[in-house]
Design a protein around this ligand. Structure first.
Ligand SMILES: Cc1ncc(COP(=O)(O)O)c(C=O)c1O
Length: 364
């Protein structure tokens, strides 16, 4: 098809996790637990849902094109200026605007291999040459990534914690890395799982830095439980934000997404209970996996990745769990065919996962 550029023809489309209704129908099961997409198993804050309900009738109008109210709320919450905040339809919406704003033919990107697949799709769709730098022991090899910087490098993408490994890089590692990055290179620091990691002593919360060439991305899809609404945000120097605001789609996120996000941001108790649920579940599951001698990657996020001896074992495990009513994520699409990712669930879901593990594990 000559109309379609070669890099788009070659693009592999994103394959989302299995959907609950499809699995119910296919396997004839009544109850399905989905621990596949790192969503908040407790759902959204009830206050956010109430706010959306009462704003429904406002939606015959376009929202404010520059999302002033939402951006002001974020600026106040994080003690920065409005000029330093952008928003989008999920953090992927902001990522997409970044690619459209800053990249030109001839530029290059550096990113870690086996990292967030959404960025991989955006990079491949842009047609921009990208160096995919191998992970080192499932962690970003920041110094290795720095060696790929050349005169053409425009963007370096880092996810901290990373998905699907859950690993993070430390304050010291980030400082040493940033010493190697020229000011003309934009670093995207994707902190989608920030709420789960912020308690870790040596986690480099990017809000404590003032780099003019770093843009922080965060989302309402994970700890805030609003994945379906599509709301994310970015913090950066005002010059970057000013240009991003020119390129971003004018009315994203939708008004219901903005309303839900603003309310969720205020519901700090809800976030605390979400994070508590995750940390408790993580401790329980880590112990169980260790007792069952299933290798894991220690995680700073709301999921944990299991390592099997080979791809066949991972597929077998994933399939057996599916037939037991639990949707997990086999990571072949991320280039990790021997791994399966498990999102931390509610206490009840985690208990069911543990029961199912003992039932199916003999012998994978
Ligand atoms: C590292 C990372 N960044 C960004 C996202 C996308 O988030 P959003 O739903 O805000 O687009 C995800 C979602 O899985 C993720 O894991």
């Amino acid at each position: 098809m000559p109309l379609v550029p070669r890099h788009i023809q070659d693009l592999e489309s994103y394959k989302p996790g299995r959907n609950i209704n499809d699995v119910k129908e296919e396997l004839g099961l009544d109850n399905i637990i989905k621990l596949a997409s790192n969503e908040n198993p407790l759902g959204p804050s009830p206050k956010a849902i109430e706010a959306v309900k009462s704003s429904l009738c406002d939606n015959f109008r376009y929202p404010d094109a520059s999302a002033m109210l939402f951006r002001t709320k974020l600026a106040d919450r994080f003690n920065i200026k409005l000029e330093n905040v952008t928003v989008g339809a999920g953090s992927e919406g902001v990522m997409s605007a970044i690619m459209r704003t800053f990249l030109r033919i001839g530029d290059e990107i550096i990113a870690a291999d086996n990292s967030f697949i959404g960025f991989r799709v955006l990079a491949n769709a842009s047609g921009i040459r990208t160096s995919w730098v191998p992970l080192e022991n499932y962690r970003h090899d920041l110094l290795g990534m720095a060696t790929y910087i050349n005169d053409y490098t425009k963007i370096i993408y880092l996810a901290n914690p990373d998905n699907p490994t859950g690993t993070y890089f430390t304050i010291d590692e980030f400082d040493v890395f940033m010493d190697q990055v020229p000011d003309r290179v934009l670093v995207i620091l994707d902190e989608a799982y920030f709420e789960y990691a912020q308690h870790i002593d040596n986690y480099p919360d990017s809000m404590h830095y003032r780099y003019d060439n770093v843009i922080t991305l965060r989302t309402f899809s994970k700890a805030h439980g609003l994945a379906g609404f599509r709301a994310g945000y970015g913090f950066a120097h005002e010059d970057l934000i000013e240009n991003l605001m020119k390129v971003k789609l004018p009315f994203e996120p939708s008004w219901p997404a903005q309303v839900a996000a603003m309310e969720a941001l205020d519901d700090e108790k809800y976030i605390q209970s979400t994070v508590r649920n995750c940390h408790t579940g993580m401790r329980v599951l880590e112990t169980v996996f260790q007792e069952m001698e299933i290798e894991i990657i220690p995680s700073a996020a709301n999921f944990i990745t299991l390592i099997f001896n080979n791809g066949e074992e991972a597929i077998e495990f994933n399939e057996r769990m599916l037939h037991n009513g639990i949707i997990l994520r086999h990571l072949a699409g991320w280039g990790l065919p021997n791994c399966v990712r498990v999102t931390i669930g509610t206490e009840k879901e985690n208990d069911y996962l543990i029961q199912s593990l003992s039932k199916i594990l003999d012998p994978v």
